[in-house]
Design a protein around this ligand. Sequence first.
Ligand code: HT7
Ligand code: ZN
Length: 844
Amino acid sequence: PRTIRLADYAPPAWLVADVALTFRLDPQATRVLSTIRFRPNPDSTDRTFFLHGEGLKTISATIDGRPATLREAEGGITCDVPDAPFTWEAEVEIAPAENTALEGLYMSNGIYCTQCEAEGFRRITWYPDRPDVMAPFRVRVEGDLPVLLSNGNPEASGPGWAEWDDPWRKPAYLFALVAGDLVAVRDRFTTLSGREVDLGIWVRPGDQGRCAFAMEALKASMRWDEEVYGREYDLGVFNIVAVDDFNAGAMENKGLNVFNSALVLASPETATDGTYERIEAVIAHEYFHNWTGNRITCRDWFQLCLKEGLTVFRDQQFTSAMRSEAVKRIEDAQTIRRHQFKEDQGPLAHPVRPESFVEINNFYTITVYEKGAEVIGMLRRLVGAAAYKRALDLYFDRHDGDAATIEDWLQVFEDATGRDLSQFKRWYSQAGTPRLSVEEAWEDGTYTLIFTQETPPTPGQPDKAPQVLPIAVGLLNPNGDEVVPTKVLEMTEARQSFAFEGLSARPIPSILRDFSAPVVLQREVPSAERAFLLAHDTDPFNRWDAAQALARAALMDAAGGAGDPAPDWIEGLGRALADTGLDPAFRALLLDLPGDEDIAIALAERGDVPDPDAIHSGRARIRRILAERLSPQLEAAYHEGATPGPYDPSAGPAGQRALRNRALWILTAADGGARARAQVAADENMTNVLAGLSALLSIGAGEAEAAAFHDRWKDERLVLDSWFALVAGQAPPESAVETARSLADHPAFAWKTPNRFRALMRGLAGNHAGFHRADGAGYDFLADWIVRLDPVNPSVAARTSTVFSSWKRYDAGRQERMRAALHRMLDRDDVSRDLGEMAQRMLE
Ligand code: HT7
Ligand code: ZN
């Protein structure tokens, strides 16, 4: 397969003036008629006419009414065209019911729906399927179905047909069509300038009662984008559709967002607090794309972070505003450290703006999305909130209607602030996580911090240059008072010092407050100092980080067989837990012990070879010690976290439940599961039931409760997904593979449905010691299923395969078995481009 390179970008030879499409829907033989008016691109000297297309049966094709002679070319067709504007008309046939890859036009439970990002439109009709070709679309949908939707505003409709008009120029990846037996929950929104927008959330009949929360989230997002970014919605309707078969979370098609039903439907009986929070964030994310992605799109797929990094940053800001800023920041930092740093350390590391790809689907990564958002956060921290706002206003003014680049993005910041961002740009081009080490000096009332930064090599990038690091620092005196409030130090050199003068005593530093840069802070800190920061730091992130570092040290020691954790940690944790002045959600995070894989990564980082079983049993021991020594505080927290009365998913009660359930998880290690069992039986809401069940399963109990849960919820597809994930994820490591095998034999294991496949596979892979069983049975199980899924749904198969990216971390035996599994996925004649690229990169 061909490698596509950023350096080879060339503007399109032909632009599209407008598009008219007619769909005659049929599961096996949908006809797609297209009328596309082309004009030469004045910015290109090339006049080659090329249209993408995949799996299309061409019925007819004409140019200005005369039959066109099509010549096959890689990934599409070419033909001779006039050297002037012309009209292309074609009719093609496609089979949505046969489309298991879920890209292009496909069917989910009898509903026609589309997924065109990144390159799905070429499976619908011949088209220049690249984001820098933008056009207004008119769409006519014909089919004997109650609901026929497409992008834009409804124009006209009658029995069996509907016409839609999207006046905003858009790339083909934002095209959408949905048709079928759906019902709508409706609402209205009045924009700041007084325009009325009809809102609709379309779901399968019976699911209407689970849309209220998503609808409120949508209206809150629309208001927030007006108030904070000055962005108003620009059509008369905004529709969201929930489908059960979806490769990702959701899709921002213009005026017609398509969602994985798991991210729309919620009721207290079936959804957890986590689901509610995710729904709110993803509804906002897709809505925010209307400006950052749709009105201003990407010139090419290398610029993906332009829309995704910025839109993630915006949805993070939204969640902070709706919930707790401190808690959200800690959760985001935790995501980066747990998952993005892991990507950066392995064979799949790539820059926020990659420079080459074989299959673009493989680059919808945590690096592009979440690190992309961190880069924007750093930019905002460096220039300040007011300048950030000026730059964003300029971005919207200057680039509305454009297919833009990272250069365009940085240019608006340079123009709005007068800063030179050429060094900052390295955040987009250099892969890997900078390591920041710290030395200190204290003399005559002056305290100096000397920082050194170094980024380890990543694939294809052996040498790294220094990056701009905003390092937020505060200083405390030995009494715990803050003597220097947070100051952002701007580090640009490989080694650089910063002095603080006029201090009366040597201070205790609080470094990298608010996780001000996505770096690994390498600093040996005595446990007493960490406990001091846990008790006194005014910065919630660093306070939490002190607790995490103490927990990590305890778990690493326990994995090495050490007996007792540092008393500083247990005492500090106990005090913080008992401090009812602290937000319960924050205290819950203090109790969140690093997972087994986090410890494996930390050990590997230190040069040790992690032993998954030793990590697992060490963690169980630490959990028991905490349960015994902190029993009064945990008991109190458990009771404080009770939320009697009707279920309320908002941040306050959700935070209380988080505290309760974290405490429960630890207490369960020492009470034989009594509390957890009672909580499951009390059946207050899905959050508490699943937390109780998870705690029980994690101590090898709860089989009867899990079976009863299954029987009760077996007809609720989203709840059943949680059951698959939980049972595989919490199974005792020694029997986890057998458990996964029997789950795969379960009649409800609909493996072609991505949610179900992911629930089981991700469940097992998240069971660290179970997946990494020494005999390789976990690897074989995953590899067999990935190989089976690959011809059916390459995108999901490739994404699942990334669980093997950690193979170099483990001992020789496990390495050998993981490599063998990767080879089994790769060395097949029919391996997909998606999985082939992933497996190849992991093995390099
Ligand atoms: N922009 C959307 C990405 C997406 C996607 C990508 C590849 C394959 C399927 C997909 N579904 C959605 C979602 C987002 O980031 O908002
Ligand atoms: Zn997005």
